[in-house]
Design a binder for this molecule. Structure first.
Ligand SMILES: *[C@@H]1O[C@H](CO)[C@@H](O)[C@H](O)[C@H]1NC(C)=O
Ligand SMILES: *[C@@H]1O[C@H](CO)[C@@H](O)[C@H](O)[C@H]1NC(C)=O
Ligand SMILES: *[C@@H]1O[C@H](CO)[C@@H](O)[C@H](O)[C@H]1NC(C)=O
Ligand SMILES: *[C@@H]1O[C@H](CO)[C@@H](O)[C@H](O)[C@H]1NC(C)=O
Ligand SMILES: *[C@@H]1O[C@H](CO)[C@@H](O)[C@H](O)[C@H]1NC(C)=O
Ligand SMILES: *[C@@H]1O[C@H](CO)[C@@H](O)[C@H](O)[C@H]1NC(C)=O
Ligand SMILES: *[C@@H]1O[C@H](CO)[C@@H](O)[C@H](O)[C@H]1NC(C)=O
Ligand SMILES: *[C@@H]1O[C@H](CO)[C@@H](O)[C@H](O)[C@H]1NC(C)=O
Ligand SMILES: *[C@@H]1O[C@H](CO)[C@@H](O)[C@H](O)[C@H]1NC(C)=O
Length: 474
């Protein structure tokens, strides 16, 4: 009873706190909506016509999400598009560009568009073209149904470190595979626990496999089929739940080598801070208040892992609490991003003292994943002061090129493999740089050979992501 009262009281306090804080800036990052399959598992190969592309369902998903934003952020988001206040960026891919366009149709719907000057003569609406005519005679709206068009900025994949960091990370595969090798014991445990799941999915897909990477691929195609109203075999809730769980593990395993995770997130986090800092410092001269990045599950997953919204450890603990005990508490534990999954960063300024960390006038962050507020900064609280958030992000930031585009000899691979090799002398070798190098190389080669031979033995078919676009950036 007391508990109930105190939590109601807490909610009241929170409500008061928010009534006394002003939303200053919103940064939105989302995954595109439903698409066609991107691999040939199951019946994926029969859908080459929509391979990779956003489907009508995906368009509607983002129209709905954009409309939801308009509704929930009414009063903050301008009701009519304003080029000073909104900035939109997308990866250079059809499905993300189209998702952004659909989203914006929801955000700035019909009847919020522009009007021609009332006394403009018709002839000025004609393009400079022989035989041109006005297709909207006697209409004062610039476009039919008074729709609004919104600029969507993009950059080529090559060089887009902010939104396609994995595709620009030359040594991504080496680091990932070394991480799998290091985590072999855990992966073997998973394989053993989910033997039934792998077997049942192998039957569905008519191809034998026993790893979570393939599992994720098959499940992805099934998920596409569900969203695009294609045939999907009946499977039990338990099997589906297992598939979701394994896909989520796969996603975390791809990026959670610690230095890799930091490096891949750094360009984005720097970009995020570049938007937030001017607002905090009162230097946001153009009045920008809403930034939207249209991207992939890769991006939602990476940022989620960076900010402790998910991890391998929390997922393992969730399913096997007796075997995997937390070393630090898990305040969130999200599954892999679904179609149109989103992260929304909200920057507030407090009008009154909110808690021990947040005083009157201070800025603080809240973060929504798929609409739910997440716990932040290792507390059971959805508020994190901008000061602490900044400190955590700057600690996390890492040198992208040092990890991704420099042969991962000692910075990343060797430490991982040495840890795994249980070599008692490994710790001393770094007194001798060259000796360390040579030994590392031997250990790395040994580690890989060991790993490869195990791969062959167990017929694990961890796919090589030679083409990050098709294989990785879903
Ligand atoms: C975009 O769509 C066009 C036409 O459908 C297709 O040829 C092209 O490969 C797509 N591009 C990308 C990057 O998906
Ligand atoms: C249109 O109206 C504006 C404001 O009344 C006026 O300044 C402008 O000269 C007019 N333009 C024409 C082409 O009549
Ligand atoms: C439009 O028509 C007006 C006369 O009504 C003329 O002065 C003007 O040059 C024309 N403009 C164009 C672009 O044709
Ligand atoms: C899965 O179970 C089957 C039958 O119980 C067994 O033959 C097979 O070796 C197991 N596979 C793994 C990877 O444990
Ligand atoms: C689901 O996963 C559990 C392991 O957590 C496993 O024991 C069970 O057999 C799986 N069930 C199916 C239908 O895959
Ligand atoms: C399953 O795959 C095998 C070859 O790998 C093929 O011969 C067989 O026809 C397939 N079965 C179905 C039902 O598609
Ligand atoms: C657009 O936003 C800027 C910055 O907030 C503001 O100064 C300007 O008045 C707005 N324009 C319109 C037409 O509302
Ligand atoms: C995430 O949790 C780790 C401890 O597990 C902590 O060191 C780190 O600062 C946390 N990051 C954020 C952004 O809260
Ligand atoms: C966070 O708070 C919830 C209830 O508000 C509680 O159930 C949960 O155990 C807490 N988590 C941690 C890690 O303290």
């Amino acid at each position: 009873m007391t508990k109930k009262i105190s939590s109601t009281f807490l909610l009241l306090l929170l409500a008061l706190a928010f009534a006394n804080a002003e939303l200053k800036f919103v940064f939105q990052l989302y995954r595109h909506g439903a698409r066609g399959p991107i691999n040939d598992w199951f019946n994926g190969g029969e859908q080459k016509d929509i391979y990779n592309e956003l489907t009508p369902t995906g368009e509607r998903q983002h129209y709905n999400l954009g409309s939801k934003m308009r509704e929930e952020y009414k009063g903050f988001l301008p009701s009519k598009f304003n080029h000073s206040e909104i900035y939109v960026r997308s990866t250079d891919m059809n499905r993300t560009l189209m998702s952004a366009a659909s989203h914006l149709q929801g955000m700035f719907p019909e009847n919020t568009g522009d009007f021609l000057p009332s006394n403009l003569t018709d002839n000025y609406t004609l393009p400079y073209f022989a035989g041109a005519k006005n297709y909207l005679p006697n209409q004062k709206t610039a476009l039919p149904h008074n729709i609004q068009v919104v600029p969507i900025h993009t950059q080529p994949k090559k060089g887009d470190l902010v939104l396609q960091p994995d595709s620009n990370c030359q040594y991504y595969d080496d680091i990932r595979l070394a991480f799998y090798a290091q985590k072999k014991e855990t992966i073997d445990f998973i394989t053993q626990q989910f033997n039934t799941t792998y077997q049942q999915y192998s039957l569905l897909a008519n191809k034998t496999f026993s790893n979570f990477d393939d599992m994720e691929d098959v499940d992805d195609t099934l998920q596409c089929n569900r969203y695009n109203a294609k045939w999907v075999p009946q499977i039990s809730q338990e099997l589906k739940a297992n598939a979701t769980y394994l896909s989520s593990l796969a996603w975390n395993f791809w990026y959670n080598q610690p230095e890799l995770l930091r490096a891949l997130n750094t360009p984005f986090l720097n970009q995020l801070m570049d938007y937030l800092n001017p607002v905090v410092q009162g230097k946001n001269v153009n009045g920008l208040k809403w930034v939207m990045f249209s991207a992939h599950d890769t991006n939602v997953q990476l940022i989620s892992a960076a900010l402790n919204l998910t991890s391998i450890d929390c997922l393992l603990h969730k399913r096997f609490p007796d075997k995997f005990k937390p070393s630090t508490p898990y305040y969130n534990c999200e599954f892999a991003p679904e179609f149109a999954s989103s992260l929304i960063f909200e920057l507030y300024q407090a009008d009154v003292k909110v808690d021990e960390q947040i005083n009157k006038g201070d800025f603080y962050i809240r973060l929504r994943r798929d609409g739910k507020y997440m716990n932040l900064c290792e507390r059971n609280s959805t508020l994190c002061s901008m000061k602490e958030f900044t400190q955590r992000v700057s600690w996390f930031a890492y040198d992208f090129n040092a990890v991704c585009n420099t042969p991962p000899s000692k910075a990343v691979l060797s430490t991982q493999i040495i840890t795994q090799s249980h070599n008692p002398q490994a710790d001393q070798t770094n007194f001798f740089e060259i000796g360390f190098y040579l030994q590392s190389i031997v250990i790395i080669l040994g580690g890989f050979a060991f790993y490869r031979s195990n791969l062959n033995k167990k017929k694990l078919e961890f796919k090589q992501f030679s083409d990050c676009e098709v294989g990785l950036t879903h």
